[in-house]
Ligand binder design. Structure first.
Ligand SMILES: [Zn+2]
Length: 592
């Protein structure tokens, strides 16, 4: 495209065909006429170097360079082209368009004078820096058949050779579309045409972008061969930093292990590894859950541990079976388990209303199957007891954990819900053989404060099961004679068996009407109640002063009797001991 020699230029390879219709033919003079006129009028320092039938060539030289500053060609059709330091003015340049690219003798002098007098400035091209120099291309670069407008072209202008100077060159970097000649516009420091300016801007933007990306570390999978040295350096720096952080982390973890690790025996370790490597854990959801919890607990701080309810239930069941085994398991550090203090908080929580358990009844039935005749008679003992601290009831099944094996823990521990009221008592229905040693708890009910109305259906339900399923004949109901229990007896007054003073002592058996169920108050209970009443009469809590037939009934009488008897070596009341007299809180009385 570009020619850097005057000879090549003369063919005007780059000039477009002239649109004859649009050309204003000012004159129809021939090249010969034009040449003769120009020869006469050509202004200094323009010189006419070639003049023949096909072209006229005029040059203007600058003393500094060894190529002409301007070359004006006019061909046989009077078309013209202009070179600036051998760089052909682009076809769209205004110098061409205003003259419609035709020259004639009338205008040529003005044209030449205007250029000579410096009405136009030469574009100085892109600012020169290392980057521009490296990306610049030579106009005769064989690897490029054509240039795009994003290319930077090296425009070399050889210096004039002096006697004792060496070859030198002025290099200007231009855009392919450089306009070269610009109308003078004030006193700009750096004369640059619009296409060159635009290219310079683009290069700067690209450079910045590249700089940014090259200073960022390479991505993990980026090929290192494609990375610039800057990028490689950044990558190494980032990798080193990462290494350092990871090493610190490892160190921390090792310190932690050394500090708070618990050593375990080799077989245990092997077992743990096998289990924790996750083999077949999916087929054992309970175990999987357990180990997941263990791993989770390992990660949490000792003070902030929260145990899943299922873990607590599991811990409770172990603890109830053997607290010492539990302690051993926990203190050995093999497992992370709740402390005993935590377990205590969870005891006695269960849902009231657990009832007759099928397995339990089956067992009773088996025992009862051996009985014949008189052996089949039983009494049902109802007793309400405060739940012992070491017994834990499973709230869904009502099973007493610690006595009953858990069997499948998944079922035992399934369904955890909050909001369960706390029951304070367990109401037990005990089956006692009258002529056998049978002692069996037929059912548990978990209650807060049981009333006679609640007691009635429960009792009859138990009787029903005993009579129909187990085939035992219930003929007595025994309880401690507490107020709800007495009321429970009284509820049967309509069924019969009432003493003249209104005391209900028996009821027909609803499941076998020919037989009666007799009501008893438990004797030890009665004595205990009587003793407590007496104890509080005039002493103790002083809640009453009992009397009968005008005489006081006071506990002090018994105490005095005991103390009086103690004065003699031979006791008249050998069975009465200090324990009988010194009930809890009695010591105050003794001091006085
Ligand atoms: Zn330019």
């Amino acid at each position: 495209m570009r020619q850097d020699t005057a000879e090549a230029c003369s063919t005007s390879a780059g000039s477009p065909p002239i649109e004859m219709t649009s050309v204003d033919l000012i004159s129809d003079e021939s090249l010969e006429e034009f040449a003769s006129k120009v020869k006469e009028k050509i202004p200094d320092p323009w010189i006419n170097t070639t003049c023949n039938n096909t072209e006229i060539r005029m040059e203007l030289w600058d003393s500094n360079y060894s190529i002409p500053k301007y070359i004006l060609h006019v061909d046989s059709g009077l078309q013209f082209s202009l070179h600036v330091y051998n760089w052909l003015l682009p076809d769209i340049h205004p110098l061409y368009t205003t003259h419609r690219r035709r020259m004639d003798s009338a205008r040529v002098v003005d044209f030449l004078e205007a250029i000579r007098d410096g009405k136009y400035a030469i574009c100085e091209g892109l600012r020169q820096d290392e980057h521009v120099q490296t990306i610049a291309k030579d106009p005769d670069d064989a690897s490029h058949t054509s240039f795009s407008n994003s290319d930077v072209i090296r425009h070399s202008i050889p210096n004039k050779i002096e006697m004792d100077s060496n070859f030198g060159v002025l290099v200007v970097f231009r855009c392919v579309d450089c306009e070269l000649l610009l109308g003078r516009n004030g006193d700009e420091e750096h004369v640059i045409c619009d296409p060159c300016k635009k290219l310079q801007k683009n290069i700067l933007v690209q450079q910045n972008r590249k700089k940014r990306s090259s200073s960022a570390p390479a991505k993990a999978k980026a090929p290192l061969t494609a990375c610039s040295s800057e990028k490689l350096r950044a990558t190494v720096v980032a990798t080193r930093l990462e290494c350092k952080q990871l090493e610190d982390k490892i160190k921390n973890l090792q310190n932690k292990i050394e500090k708070s690790a618990v050593s375990i025996s080799e077989p245990l370790e092997k077992d743990l590894m096998t289990i924790m490597s996750g083999q077949n854990l999916d087929s054992m959801p309970h175990m999987k859950f357990f180990w997941e919890q263990q791993i989770h607990l390992l990660k949490t701080k000792k003070m902030g541990r929260r145990y899943h309810p299922q873990m607590i239930r599991f811990a409770l069941s172990i603890h109830c079976k053997s607290p010492s085994a539990y302690r051993e398991l926990r203190d050995s550090g093999a497992l992370i388990l709740p402390s005993e203090r935590v377990l205590r908080d969870y005891k006695n929580y269960f849902r009231p209303g657990a009832g007759i358990i099928k397995e339990n009844i089956e067992e009773l039935k088996e025992q009862a199957s051996k009985f014949t005749g008189i052996q089949k008679y039983v009494a049902v003992v109802m007793d309400e007891m405060k739940i012992q601290e070491n017994l834990v009831f499973d709230k869904t099944s009502g099973e007493l954990i610690g006595f009953i094996d858990l069997g499948d823990p998944l079922t035992t521990y399934a369904n955890v819900d909050e909001d369960t009221p706390i029951a304070s008592h367990a109401l037990a229905f005990l089956v006692r053989g009258l002529c056998t040693n049978l002692k069996h708890v037929a059912a548990y009910y978990f209650t807060g404060n049981v009333t006679s109305f609640q007691l009635l259906p429960l009792f009859w339900k138990v009787v029903g099961v005993l009579e129909t399923t187990v085939k035992l004949w219930v003929i007595a109901a025994v309880n401690d004679g507490a107020s709800p229990n007495r009321k429970f007896f009284a509820l049967h007054s309509k069924l019969g068996g009432t003493l003249p003073d209104g005391l209900v002592y028996k009821t027909p058996n609803l499941f076998f009407l020919a037989r009666m169920i007799y009501f008893f108050a438990d004797v030890p209970h009665l004595i205990k109640t009587a003793r407590n009443c007496l104890y509080n009469s005039g002493s103790g809590s002083c809640s009453r002063y009992m009397w009968n037939d005008g005489h006081y009934l006071l506990f002090r009488h018994i105490a005095d009797l005991f103390h009086h008897d103690q004065q003699y070596a031979l006791h008249q009341l050998p069975k009465l001991t200090l324990d009988h007299v010194l009930l809890t809180g009695y010591s105050k009385m003794k001091v006085s």
